[in-house]
Design a binder for this molecule. Structure first.
Ligand code: HEM
Length: 362
């Protein structure tokens, strides 16, 4: 574990992230979420790169391909007490792969729609979290917007109707002083809203060390939706059979509707409920321990398998943890990743989550 990833800092971060007045049993961030079950089919090449159980393409005695059960939670990044699906926000996708041969074995992959993180160090992220606390906001006057544009500064977006507080102003002020935060803050400020949780790409952000027949590689994982990435269009005519759109709460109804259509059988037109798991292989010179920095675009990318989302399930008490890894996948020396391991454990305790049954001895 890197020296600067201390348990006390992790706990302090959890307390700093929790918004006053929100329910104790809710997560301090990603408070609103929805659970699902799915199955993962590894690609034919996945096991060459990684010997982890869920990348092993195998056949059963009857010749059918083994798929790996997956527990999922999709979420909105905010920890605010009120759910606001149509407000711009980072979205999350937490996945736990289970080994059907060994029910004591599982591994987590936690990802979000932001491709890079806000900082490279836990101390830096603590300072950022403090600066970016939700604070009162207002619409800029036309003159203020003009002044910003003349100074080549992007004017702040107008608050949504009913929005009186937001983290944006503090985050931008912080990024003006700390260049490391600029990329993620800019991306977060313009991230918008997906049409569906199933139409967004999710990035695991950190580097992991994966080992397979060909040796060990430093890699980053990303989920790509088979249905394509699509921003939310509030004027879009809803599909037949879909419930009336509530702007505060349409992402979960969309998922439930898609699941219902896909379960109804092939006579009902249903949209693909699948994600490709892509793995990018880092090269010498890439930063393996800094989740705030992108790698150059021309890196080798490998298709590791396909996830199909199948049915709804309750995962509010589940405790995902980015440190729940299995043989073949190891954490890099990224101090943010190591800090998260303790932070998620502590947060789960605080909110009365079910302790992770797979994390014994970690
Ligand atoms: C030091 C940095 C970070 C801290 C302190 C932090 C803290 C937390 C905490 C306390 C939770 C609630 C955990 C629970 O109660 O079960 C959480 C949830 C979450 N975080 Fe982070 N986080 C950090 C970085 C990240 C990064 C880099 C990602 C993206 C890969 C991420 C994505 C998520 C997601 C998707 C959830 C929801 C998980 C679920 O559905 O259970 N976080 N985070």
């Amino acid at each position: 574990m890197p020296d600067n990833a201390t348990p006390s800092l992790a706990k302090r971060l959890v307390c700093a992230l929790k918004i006053e007045g929100t329910l104790k049993e809710k997560r301090p961030v990603h408070a609103f979420g929805w659970g699902a079950k799915g199955e993962f089919l590894p690609s034919a090449v996945a096991k060459n790169y990684c010997r982890a159980f869920h990348f092993n393409l195998a056949r059963r005695d009857d010749g059918s391909l083994v798929t790996y059960p997956v527990t999922l939670r999709f979420s909105n990044g905010s920890g605010e007490a009120k759910q606001r699906d149509s407000w711009s926000d980072v979205r999350g996708m937490a996945a736990r792969f289970h080994d059907p041969q060994d029910d004591t074995r599982a591994t987590d992959l936690i990802a979000m729609t932001l491709p890079e993180f806000f900082n490279a160090t836990p101390e830096g992220f603590a300072a950022f979290a403090q600066a970016a606390k939700s604070a009162p906001c207002r619409a800029q006057t036309p003159w203020e917007k003009l002044r910003d544009m003349l100074h080549l500064i992007q004017p702040m977006p107008d608050p949504y109707p009913g929005q009186t507080r937001r983290p944006d102003e503090g985050a931008i002020r912080y990024a003006d002083k700390d260049a490391r935060a600029q990329l993620a803050v800019l991306q977060a400020a313009t991230i918008g809203v997906p049409q569906s949780y199933l139409q967004a790409s999710y990035h695991a952000v950190h580097t992991f060390r994966v080992t397979g027949f060909g040796g060990t590689n430093n890699v980053r994982f990303e989920w790509r939706p088979v249905d394509g990435v699509r921003p939310h269009d509030p004027d879009l005519t809803p599909e037949p059979g879909s419930p009336p759109v509530d702007p505060d709460d349409f992402l979960v109804p969309d998922l439930k509707n898609r699941l219902k259509n896909s379960a109804a059988g092939p006579h009902v037109r249903s949209r693909p409920m699948r994600f490709s798991l892509m793995m990018t292989i880092g090269e010498t010179g890439d930063d393996f321990n800094d989740p705030s920095r992108p790698w150059p675009p021309r890196r080798k990318r490998v298709f590791m398998g396909m996830l199909t989302v199948n049915e709804a399930c309750d995962t509010e008490k589940v405790s995902f943890n980015p440190g729940l890894l299995t043989d073949g996948v190891a954490a890099s020396d990224d101090a943010i990743l190591w800090t998260r391991i303790e932070a998620y454990r502590y947060s789960s305790e605080q909110r009365g989550g079910t302790p992770c049954p797979f994390a014994e001895g970690q």
